[in-house]
Design a protein around this ligand. Structure first.
Ligand code: FES
Length: 144
């Protein structure tokens, strides 16, 4: 995972393994908004309205704003699977907000019954080549 900065906000860029991607399906019934129908501060780009919250061709790469949709703390990466403090026993990896305990899966989707009302924002971004992205613009809306 790398952290970039866009408009003064941290943007997480996470390359997910095939195992991580497979685990997302198991969370569909446990997260509040599995297909990202609701937006937070940014409109959800069309390419992020799926369980991977990513371009179909590059679904391994997650790009999200690392700011909790509750009161703006920065969640921590908790990639280790299984039981551990403050996380459910069937944890498949994701993020934990240290402020009030909201949890997000490896697509930044918030789990049900948590203080955070919505998924982490996906900023506009696009691929310049297979290995290079630019954050802040996309083909859908142009420059944000
Ligand atoms: S700010 Fe993240 S749970 Fe409250």
């Amino acid at each position: 995972m790398k952290v970039a900065e866009w408009r003064g906000k941290p943007v997480w860029i996470l390359r997910r393994t095939p195992e991580m991607l497979a685990s997302l399906k198991k969370n569909d019934a446990l997260v509040a908004d599995p297909d990202s129908d609701k937006s937070f501060q940014l409109d959800v780009p069309k390419y992020a309205k799926n369980e991977f919250r990513a371009y179909e061709k590059h679904k391994d790469l997650l790009v999200v704003v690392g700011i909790c949709s509750h009161l703006g703390c920065s969640p921590s990466a908790r990639f280790q699977e299984g039981a551990q403090p403050n996380l459910p026993d069937d944890w498949h990896g994701g993020f934990l907000c240290p402020c009030h305990g909201s949890t997000f899966d490896l697509s930044g989707r918030v789990f049900k019954n948590k203080p955070a009302p919505s998924n982490l924002d996906v900023p506009p971004y696009m691929y310049l080549s297979d290995n290079k992205i630019v954050i802040g613009k996309d083909e859908e809306k142009g420059e944000a």
